[in-house]
Write a protein that binds this ligand. Structure first.
Ligand code: ADP
Ligand code: GLC
Length: 492
């Protein structure tokens, strides 16, 4: 155990590191729609290396059942009360890469999409909250910190503290990590009462009411012992009205309990030296393989086989968060004046998907819009592209830019949240930096920076330096895990 941890524990009159249970709607590689899954999948592995036992509890989604059925061990089942309904809860156990994952089984709530949207999604995760709380005392594991993630699991501390007094172990602590404040789980109070039997007295601005709605994430911010988010910059940003989506009041009130811990990526999964999803391997000093990947990507996606042309890529959820308004505003200007190729892998809002499909028609052979989700293709896009565009309106952390850098694809980002904390803008005078960035949420500012990046592409020396520094950056999870371990100990 690290000496620092031993000293911290000693101050608290104990010797062992705390046991942690992560509660999450998704967990890679079992179920994934975005970065939350990656973080919940990777953090326990990194914590284990530090001696912290962290386990995960997550829904037994259809996608998991399809792939892992037969590999899970049935632990126990019971019936729980969701308001007036009696619902089955099965607890299955799966051990993956040395990490124990508890799967909450219920065919009614988890038999199709991870997120059903609207009211159905609230029901799914109200059920999950109840099932988790009922299951905890019966697990073969005694957690001391319950680590909740985003609004889907943010009601756990409140329900535990108001309805489970005496049922849970003494001194149990709750951490809430905000991965994305834009989604809060808002609904009418009657629905929360109906599903989770919350007493009237909690429907006030002091507890879970915000702007006339019941708000799951706010309840989490009020009742968790500590709150953190996924980068130091975003932790500061969400204390301001522009980024906080209404939660700046409670977050300022709890500023002393709020911190930012930058995420990392799984360096074993995202490794250009050994990645099974790419046709050739490479590393910092030997980039020939990257050229092979670029040719393979061009061929597979119907882009002209031109090694000398810069290829700009995006791998993303297609939402306003990711800056698609900027892309749609200047894509034509960019494509018609620059000798470049553009590759998009993404899915999301129909208006953005349609815009990109149409653009593909206008720029055949130069622009490919692959509308869909493909883990395997994403690796080839990171490896085969020269630049990675991520002009987010807000970005709590962002994993894509870190993955891109690891594959030597130079990020072009807006200076916000975790993008600001991970991308160092290129400085032509000192030669420092590992990417390009712009400050304002402005399409023309983005375009100007894209143009600067494309000019640099023409200069081998500059490009080589950028790739070198980008691939050198250490975005592994080890440092993040250390910070989480510190936070857990601190909470005891
Ligand atoms: P967010 O969680 O906000 O979507 P992140 O950058 O934190 O953004 O994480 C996104 C993760 O999801 C990355 O691992 C990225 O490669 C992956 N991803 C996003 N869209 C797709 C897609 N269409 N196909 C494959 N992977 C995707
Ligand atoms: C959210 C954020 C993203 C972050 C991820 C993991 O989806 O949008 O920025 O990297 O969570 O924390």
């Amino acid at each position: 155990m690290k000496r620092e941890f031993r000293d911290m524990l000693k101050e608290r009159g104990r010797e062992e590191l705390p046991q942690v249970l992560l509660v999450s709607a998704e967990c890679a590689p079992l179920s994934k729609t975005g970065g939350l899954a990656d973080v919940v999948g990777t953090l326990p592995k990194a914590l284990k290396k530090l001696g912290v036992e962290a386990r995960v509890i997550t829904p037994y989604h259809r996608v998991i059942k399809d792939k892992y059925f037969g590999q899970t061990e049935h632990m126990f089942y019971f019936y729980t009360e969701l308001g007036w309904r009696r619902e089955y809860v099965g607890i299955e156990k799966l051990i993956l890469d040395g990490v124990t994952i508890y799967l909450v089984d219920n065919e009614r709530f988890f038999n199709d999409r991870i997120y059903r949207g609207d009211r159905a999604e609230l029901e799914q995760y109200a059920f999950f909250t109840r099932a988790v709380l009922d299951a905890i005392p019966n697990l073969d594991f005694v957690p001391e910190v319950i680590h909740c993630n985003d609004w889907h699991t943010a009601m756990v501390p409140m329900i535990a503290r108001t309805q489970y007094r005496g049922c849970m172990q003494e001194g149990l602590r709750y951490l809430l990590t905000i991965h994305n404040i834009a989604y809060q789980g808002k609904c009418g109070f009657a629905q929360v009462q109906d599903l989770l039997s919350v007493e009237d007295k909690y429907y006030t601005p002091e507890f879970m009411e915000l702007h006339g709605c019941a708000n799951f994430l706010k309840a989490g911010c009020v009742f968790a012992d500590r709150i953190n988010t996924v980068s130091p910059s975003y932790a500061r940003e969400i204390m301001t009205p522009y980024y906080a989506e209404g939660l700046d009041g409670i977050l300022n009130a709890r500023a002393a309990q709020l911190s930012g811990i930058i995420n990392g990526i799984d360096k074993a999964v995202f490794n250009p030296h050994s990645d099974k999803s790419i046709p050739a391997h490479y590393d910092r000093g030997h980039l020939r393989g990257k050229a092979v990947c670029k040719a393979a990507l061009q061929e597979r996606m119907g882009l002209a086989q031109r090694p000398e042309v810069p290829l700009v890529a995006m791998v993303t959820r297609m939402t306003e968060q990711k800056g698609f308004d900027l892309v749609t505003a200047v894509l034509d200007e960019m494509m018609s004046h620059e000798d470049m190729q553009f590759m998009l892998l993404g899915t999301g809002d129909a208006r953005f998907e349609n815009f990109m499909r149409e653009a593909e028609g206008r720029y055949k052979g130069r622009l490919c819009a692959y509308i869909g989700y493909s883990e395997e293709l994403s690796h080839l896009v990171y490896a085969g592209s020269d630049f990675f565009l991520m002009p987010s309106r807000f970005e709590p952390c962002g994993l894509s830019q870190m993955i891109a850098m690891r594959y030597g694809s130079i990020p072009i980002v807006r200076e916000t949240g975790g993008l600001r904390d991970t991308v160092i803008p290129y400085n032509q005078f000192t030669g420092e930096g590992n990417g390009f960035s712009f400050a304002n949420f402005d399409a023309w500012e983005m375009l100007a920076v894209v143009r600067t990046a494309l000019r640099c592409y023409g200069n081998k020396e500059i490009m080589q330096g950028l790739i070198n520094r980008a691939m050198q950056a250490d975005f592994g999870f080890a440092l993040s895990a250390q910070e989480y371990a510190r936070l857990y100990i601190w909470m005891l």
